[in-house]
Design a protein around this ligand. Structure first.
Ligand code: GAP
Length: 597
């Protein structure tokens, strides 16, 4: 399948399409149509089920606009840049590192400096993809990806659309820890939009300027908290570690999570745990495991906050695409916000037993320091306190030398400090939690599912395209058709069947237009797992009313009494391992040319 076939199907069948077409289109923005919105919602529900509910985490919903101070603290204002080169001839803007990757064997050009990229553009004679003019000599500049806005009128404050949902979690840590009763470990999740003013949006949903992230921030005590690794230690994963990437290209390690963590291939047990959970979840939602791997970031590639990072990658049209990142962020985020913000980003860690500790204290005699140091006396007193904490032995001498905050050095008599060692009992200490972050791109996962589900085959001698989506994510659970629309008896029963299935919670599509074969093809193309057709055989004759149920992948059909239908459909959709073979054991198979009728 060419990528363009999928993008065309996505548009034709209402999965997604470029936004604002009536106004010429806006690059980097996509609208999810009715089928795509349903698929995306199902995917988000499946993520919520696995990463929030089953992990007993807490989901929040924070605003998408945040004040500048947040991004000063997080480092995004300073360092959330991509490399931009503009064509001197036609003015088109390009990701300079991507141009180098396309023209050379280099795979991670974003780790290079701007001047190295400029030299490579020159050496390889790289030209503007839009007009063909050589780009040699053009400056490569850092371009900050955040969308700026103003908060309020008049003397408004600068704000930014959040470039990741994560910051909405970090800034609320002081309150979120209260909801977790101050106990580590705990996890907070969020699903919502993120915004990046990408230089060159491309690939359908793959690189957008507005996209949905599903993120989990796991707060841990790095000394004491271990993940429940035993739950996933037997999960088999295909790893592409940094060492393999640096040597000979595509050599993978097929190992279990337990082995990879034990052997230190995955540096953090928490990261290992979530790689295992994610591997199982991706399989559950229908990602082709033959086109999936975890790739470790190369040292120069890691984000400014990440100590170790692995990406989940899926293969789409021959390219490996990052669909999620798993980062060990250490205490970077909470320390930064603790430093910049006016609140406490630590938790109190209670010791098992109270501890008696010796603490050096001073009680500077200001009646001596005042006359001697005048306006500097307070600073001298504070410097004595700092020294007592840092180097109590210094007070064994007759005098101590102090470095004041303004850079001056002074010497004072030890006696004025009133130095003493006191014993105190401490019940715990304040620690800054570390963060482990699985961060998923929802749109990229949608595109992966569509690409991996896209199948072409033949039914009854006719070519068809179908999406073998798993029922959990398919936009429509079951389609209901009256064989013909001009027989009231068929229409009435089809209406009843559709209403009944809807009442039970299924997403039902009712279709009475066109030949039955055309209607099957339409459902195949959106991945509907089951179609129910009401025909005359089912309402005429002796037996109870019945309908045909047709499954998507092999187009097999069974005749099922209407009284059993809802339960059978529930079982098939319910993921409790009921298969169409089971249905065929209980009900008659239908050999029919109805596909092409
Ligand atoms: N909080 C960490 C973070 O945001 P990231 O690797 O920059 O990490 C996480 O983004 C995920 O978001 C990526 O793995 C990708 O799936 C998705 N993503 C990032 N930029 C995107 C874009 N411009 N368009 C679509 N998805 C994107």
């Amino acid at each position: 399948m060419a990528g363009s076939d999928l993008i065309e199907l996505a548009k034709r069948r209402g999965f997604f399409f470029g936004s604002n077409g009536a106004y010429g289109g806006t690059a980097g923005f996509y609208t999810f149509g009715p089928r795509g919105a349903a698929l995306k919602r199902n995917l988000e529900d499946a993520w919520r089920d696995r990463f929030t509910l089953k992990e007993d985490n807490h989901e929040i919903e924070a605003p998408t606009v945040m004040p500048e101070a947040v991004f000063e603290a997080s480092g995004h204002l300073e360092g959330f840049d991509d490399m931009l080169v503009e064509c001197g001839e036609c003015g088109a803007s390009h990701r300079a590192d991507h141009l180098v990757e396309d023209a050379t064997p280099i795979e991670d050009a974003e780790t290079l400096s701007g001047s190295e990229i400029e030299s490579l553009i020159h050496e390889h004679d790289i030209a503007c993809p839009a007009c063909g003019t050589p780009l040699a000599g053009q400056d490569v500049e850092d371009f900050n990806l955040m969308f700026a806005t103003n908060i309020g009128p008049g003397d408004s404050k600068p704000g930014y659309l959040r470039p990741e949902t994560a910051q909405g979690i970090f800034v609320e840590f002081p309150r979120l820890k209260e909801y977790a009763r101050g106990q580590l470990p705990f996890g907070v999740t969020q699903i919502g939009p993120a915004y990046r003013n990408e230089i060159s949006p491309r690939g359908g949903l793959l690189r957008l300027r507005e996209f949905t992230q599903a993120e989990l921030e796991q707060f841990i005590d790095p000394e004491d908290d271990a993940p429940p690794l035993e739950r996933v230690s037997d999960v088999e994963v295909r790893l592409y570690p940094a060492t393999e990437q640096e040597t000979d290209g595509e050599t993978y390690l097929d190992v279990t999570i337990g082995e990879a963590v034990a052997e230190g291939i995955i540096g953090s047990a928490w990261v290992g745990y979530y790689l295992g959970v994610a591997r199982e979840w991706y399989e559950r939602i229908g990602v082709d495991m033959g086109r999936f791997r975890f790739r470790q970031h190369l040292p120069g590639e890691r984000a400014h906050y990440a100590a170790d990072c692995w990406d989940a990658e899926s293969e789409i049209d021959g390219d490996w695409i990052e669909i999620a990142g798993f980062a060990y962020r250490g205490d970077y985020d909470l320390s930064k916000h603790g430093e910049y913000a006016d609140d406490t980003f630590t938790v109190f860690k209670r010791y098992d037993e109270p501890r008696t500790v010796e603490r050096a204290t001073v009680d500077p005699d200001m009646s001596i320091l005042g006359p001697e140091f005048g306006g500097q006396a307070k600073a001298v007193g504070e410097a004595l306190e700092r020294l007592a904490e840092r180097d109590p032995d210094a007070f064994d001498d007759d005098t101590v030398t102090l470095d004041l905050e303004d850079g001056e050095t002074v010497t004072v008599d030890v006696d004025v400090a009133n130095f003493s060692i006191e014993e105190t009992t401490e019940t715990g200490e304040h620690i800054t939690p570390h963060v482990v972050e699985p961060s998923f791109g929802v749109g990229r996962t949608v595109q992966t599912l569509l690409s991996h589900a896209y199948t072409e085959d033949e039914v009854d001698g006719e070519e068809r395209t179908y999406l073998d989506l798993v029922p959990e994510v398919a936009p429509v659970d079951v389609a209901v058709f009256p064989l013909v629309s001009n027989d009231e008896r068929l229409v009435d029963l089809a209406d009843r069947v559709a209403a009944d299935l809807r009442d039970r919670g299924s997403a039902v599509s009712y279709d009475d237009s066109g030949s039955i074969g055309r209607r099957y093809r339409r459902q195949d193309e959106i991945g509907t797992p089951f179609c129910v057709t009401v025909d005359r055989d089912g309402i005429e004759g002796e037996g109870p009313e019945s309908v045909t149920v047709r499954e998507r992948d092999e187009a097999r059909q069974a005749r099922v009494p209407v009284t059993d239908l809802a339960e059978e459909i529930d079982a098939l959709l319910g993921g409790d391992d009921t298969t169409f073979d089971d249905l065929l054991e209980r009900h008659d198979s239908v050999e029919t040319d109805v596909e092409t009728a």
